[in-house]
Design a protein around this ligand. Sequence first.
Ligand code: DAS
Length: 361
Amino acid sequence: MLSASLLSASFTRRGLAALLLSAASAAALAQAAKPHVVVLATGGTIAGAGASAANSATYAAAKVPVDKLLAGLPELSNVAKVSGEQVFQIASESFTNDHLLKLGQRVSALAKQADVDGIVITHGTDTMEETAYFLNLTVRTAKPIVLVGSMRPGTALSADGALNLYSAVSVAASKDAGGKGVLVSMNDEIHTGRDVHKHVNIKTEAFKSQWGPLGMVVEGKNYWFRAPVKRHTLQSEFNIDDIKALPAVDIVYGYGNMNTTGIEAYHRAGVKALVHAGTGNGSVAAQAVESLKALRAKGVHVIRSSRVPDGFVIRNAEQPDDQYDWVVAHDLRPQKARILAMVALTKTNDSKELQRIFWEY
Ligand code: DAS
């Protein structure tokens, strides 16, 4: 016969165990109810490692695997259920069109999954702006897709990658980040993949959009101040699922004493369009005009962009675009104009259609 004290003690123990079990199952239920964010890792500085904590600029990019990145940030479980995939492990200056296509196909497939609520892509900062724009044009989803990187490796003093990744996952887990197109979350700011570019190559405040960020993310909360007006994702006429290859589009840079060597070399290489990063408002040196006109006559599209960071190229201003049948890149920087031209040429080879696409995207 158990004594009263033993009975009450065993009840207490059982009661305590039941209490702990219900607390644990409540916690498990709460975690299971959180949004599921998939982190696709591609490399870059955010996965970089330096020899010492003082090495904030001298390091090797694309070293730390995604599971280590995620394990180093247990706070992520406060905002989402996070799973990771290592898609590539490269510095982003080495991205090719094949990398863009493979990444886009994986993002598109995940976005279709009912159990995926948002996607984060860890990426090198050098060409992040190009990948973000490519996905903005071609992935048909309203779910948040957020690219993130860092300017310092995780081994450095005041490394920026951990908070950048935490912020990006919290944005990707947010319902209010849906339907805004592909986003870039860097240094507490949230930018549209269309407008953002790497503006400084040596500071943590490295990214800028000439029309401003869409908002900020602070301690896992989003503060929105504007929304994109150009077509993207679900409003796009392009679909990564239909794109099997990207045509050759390259860029020539305008400068004093300009010559036509690069223009003629790209023509021989068989480009389908050539972006001219002109001076000023997309100006073309007199000695280069005839070469570009000849290129157009042979069926290659000429797209006038500008080497000047901000502003936009005005049609028929510096050059008679109507007469030459050239396209202007509007406010897109040369590297973005190349991305749009490649995607557009998968659908049309008509210069008037191309110009419409440059106005709308
Ligand atoms: N080389 C750079 C890149 O991979 C490193 C970085 O800044 O992420 O884009």
